[in-house]
Design a protein around this ligand. Structure first.
Ligand SMILES: NC(=O)c1ccc[n+]([C@@H]2O[C@H](COP(=O)([O-])OP(=O)(O)OC[C@H]3O[C@@H](n4cnc5c(N)ncnc54)[C@H](OP(=O)(O)O)[C@@H]3O)[C@@H](O)[C@H]2O)c1
Length: 291
């Protein structure tokens, strides 16, 4: 029987995708990949087979992909050699007889010069390797997660305001849960091979819109406080982020402010068959960052 395998089963996006897949396919057709299968024991308890595999270990991947028809490749974290790891996954999948890979890069506007360190270049490299492989593929462009936008503004935003570098660009973020559900749809319905989607959420919001949303949730005014880049980096480091991670977050905020993710193509809504969760709904239900 051909199976669907989701990598990153021990992480947020992979786990949520498998949870949605459990509602669409028998558990016996689902496989999760984890470096430490014990970290996905909750999925195993629902009958999902968890196979051990590491993106840096080609042979572990060919073993894990045995009998698998479709793979969702959850990207490796930034600050690792993502390009090499993803190329290893794709080569092992092809060798093991996998037919279709679903890959979620970060969305880039057509013709954009924009580069996000550690992210856009490995994404481009991965898509090139996929295109050159004999595999069918589906590209599911991700916007920033709503959870990430929550991280940019910090859990203190209700009290201290939305303190981010100045700019009035908009972002259309989506929740991990909605992105995971859309991935489960693409993995289980026909007709998505060779397609590229951009899974923006809705609506697109600026940081001053986010301040208004927080004001409505709290019933008091939450201000948008424009900072210099240096002030923002200091704030992130004071909150416990290492300097390199703070620079990384700043590059995402710059991209938001230049409107890199402000489109509304409606692909996510069409895949879900309903409106995606809005950032206002999410922040009302999750007032603190989930890490
Ligand atoms: N769009 C956005 O705003 C946004 C934000 C953050 C991240 N991302 C990207 O989306 C990915 C998934 O996000 P997430 O929230 O699910 O992250 P997460 O919870 O950190 O999960 C990452 C998963 O990747 C696995 N992994 C890491 N290195 C691996 C390797 N060498 N071999 C096999 N598995 C490996 C991890 O396994 P372990 O449990 O063994 O570590 C974990 O299961 C991230 O890795 C990142 O590339 C996007």
């Amino acid at each position: 029987m051909s199976k669907i395998l989701v990598t990153g089963a021990s992480g947020h996006l992979g786990r949520m995708t498998l949870q949605h897949l459990l509602g669409r396919r028998p558990a016996t057709e689902l496989v999760g990949l984890a470096r430490d299968p014990g970290k996905a024991a909750d999925l195993a308890a629902h009958g999902v087979e968890i196979r051990a595999g590491d993106y840096v270990d080609h042979d572990s991947l060919t073993r894990a992909f045995a009998g698998v028809e479709k793979v969702l490749l959850v990207p490796a974290p930034a600050f690792t050699d993502r390009s090499t790891q993803h190329a290893t996954v794709i080569a092992a999948a092809e060798e093991a007889g996998v037919e279709h890979i679903v890959y979620p890069p970060i969305i880039r506007k057509a013709g954009s010069e924009f580069a996000l360190p550690q992210v856009t270049e490995p994404d481009t490299a991965t898509i090139k390797v996929l295109e050159a492989s004999g595999l069918r593929s589906t590209i599911l462009g991700h916007p920033p997660y709503i959870e990430s936008v929550q991280g940019y503004i910090g859990d203190n935003a209700f009290e201290s305001g939305v303190r981010v570098p100045a700019g009035d660009g908009k972002v259309a973020p989506a929740s991990r849960a909605d992105l995971a559900e859309a991935q489960a749809v693409v993995l289980t319905e026909p007709g998505h091979e060779g397609r590229t989607y951009a899974l923006h959420g809705a609506p697109a919001v600026s940081f001053s819109d986010v301040a208004e949303i927080l004001s409505e949730i709290r019933g008091t005014t939450v201000h948008h406080v424009p900072l210099s880049d240096e002030e923002y980096l200091d704030q992130l480091v004071a909150g416990g982020l290492p300097g390199a991670a703070a620079e990384f977050v700043l590059s995402w905020v710059h991209a938001v402010n230049r409107g890199e993710w402000d489109d509304q193509p409606g692909h996510l809504e069409r895949l879900l068959g309903r409106k995606p969760t809005t950032i206002a709904e999410f922040l009302r239900d999750h007032p603190a960052t989930a890490r």
